[in-house]
Design a protein. Structure first.
Length: 438
């Protein structure tokens, strides 16, 4: 009887369900920013359950949950309130996003679903469902729209010397404007997908961006073997001639193999102001033959890239060599394969994962850092190092719990928490660098 009376009094002490208010500071729904969720109108020290869910491209449901305790004002706030139970623990503003788990079936490494628009160029928003449960009842539901490509960004197909490219223009671009601009390059997957993602993200942050299929696209090689860097050079020159671009404020940004291509091209383009190597390398690796689409990679001891018809040197494949400390036996091979990055006129930004088991970007970034420091370049170069991240670092906040699950034959490395930190920090850091450099 005493227990029942205490429970009744406790229930009477709770504010009415209608008094509970949920707000979301979602930064215009940008997928590269952390949405802050607040619940007000609670009792002091009351615990509520906050759940977030979404569907990936296969229709599989992902969900996270946090038990959050109200403060003395009867309020919980994901930027200040620590999760006591659930899919993550402690204070973590992005915890509800990165800690999501698939509810059944096989997990995806990068599950954020950003459907293509009808034109095949744009990206629709990803949808998340938010629920707040109090005393066993759901008292609030909200739908969160997370945009890679903000409403108002325009995309169009253009032609460069007979080859298709994709141009992304920021919101509110005026006819007489002269904007900073970048060419965006994807990785070893080839084609447009990776470059389009970077370009849409850049345009959503105020840059004119041009996505180029530097290989596995129209008019370029299907294999990563002696791919001509002139394709990227021509894209830079086309962008410089665009009437909406300030030709003196043009840069290159590429991810993974696109980061290598960025550096290899920047060596020959003194007019570039910025070059961003996103988990790339200062030395090309060996070439790749693509026997069966979309992802049958067969490495070959052939040069992956060429300039003016001449193949570039590449780094030999040696599992037993740490290229950060190759020793006297392998130092000549490293020296021969290194791009002359110290001659790059542009300011450079390097992004590396300390547990990158695919491209060894953390180690190769350290190699680049030593070479650039020895050349006395001062503060022209910046380095972003994420010790617990692997190869798949993205500028978008999305579940990281299965980031390493890309298949039995390819290892990408990294922990969920390490990738969550990298995803949260890398986008703003890259944009800050570009604001300085361009």
């Amino acid at each position: 009887m005493r227990w029942g009376l205490g429970m009744l009094l406790g229930m009477l002490a709770l504010p009415a369900l209608a008094d509970v208010r949920v707000t979301v500071d979602d930064h215009e729904g940008r997928a590269d920013r952390v949405p802050v969720i607040s619940v007000e109108g609670l009792a002091v020290a009351e615990v509520v359950q906050v759940r977030l869910s979404m569907q990936d491209s296969r229709g599989q449901r992902w969900q996270s949950q946090a038990a959050l305790r109200a403060d003395l004002q009867g309020r919980v706030d994901t930027s200040r309130s620590g999760s006591e139970q659930g899919s993550y623990r402690g204070v973590d503003p992005g915890g509800l996003i990165w800690s999501m788990q698939p509810q059944q079936g096989k997990a995806s490494a990068l599950p954020l679903h950003l459907p293509r628009a009808g034109d095949g160029l744009g990206f629709q928003a990803a949808s998340f469902e938010l629920e707040v449960e109090r005393a066993g009842s759901v008292v609030a539901r909200r739908t969160l729209q997370r945009h890679l490509m903000l409403p108002g960004v325009r995309a169009q197909r253009v032609e460069i010397d007979g080859r298709e490219a994709h141009l992304y223009l920021p919101t509110g671009l005026q006819p007489d404007a002269r904007m900073p601009a970048l060419v965006a390059l994807g990785g070893a997957e080839g084609g447009f997908d990776g470059g389009d993602l970077y370009a849409a993200w850049l345009a959503s942050n105020g840059y004119v961006a041009l996505s180029v299929a530097w290989y596995r696209g129209p008019g370029v090689p299907k294999d990563l073997i002696e791919v001509p860097l002139e394709t990227v050079r021509d894209a830079v020159h086309w962008l410089q001639r665009h009437p909406g671009v300030d030709r003196g404020r043009v840069g290159l940004l590429g991810g993974s193999w696109g980061g290598i291509v960025t550096l290899a091209t920047a060596v020959h383009l003194p007019e570039l102001r910025a070059a961003v190597s996103w988990v790339g390398s200062p030395a090309p690796f060996r070439g790749i033959a693509r026997d069966v689409a979309p992802a049958d990679f067969r490495a070959l001891d052939r040069s992956p890239l060429s300039w003016q018809g001449r193949p570039l040197p590449w780094l030999p494949y040696r599992e037993d060599v740490d290229w950060g400390r190759p020793g006297p036996q392998w130092q000549p091979a490293l020296h021969a394969a290194l791009l002359p990055i110290e001659t790059i006129a542009a300011r450079t930004l390097w992004i590396g994962g300390g547990d990158d088991r695919l491209g060894d970007s953390g180690v190769m970034m350290a190699v680049a850092q030593r070479r650039l420091a020895a050349a006395g370049r001062g503060d022209r170069d910046r380095f972003l190092y994420y010790p617990d991240a692997g190869h798949l670092i993205t500028p978008l906040l999305q579940p990281a719990t299965h980031r390493s699950d890309v298949g039995p034959y390819i290892q990408v490395g990294g922990t969920a928490e390490g990738h969550a930190r990298a995803d949260r920090e890398v986008g703003p850091a890259v944009l800050a660098f570009l604001a300085e450099a361009l």
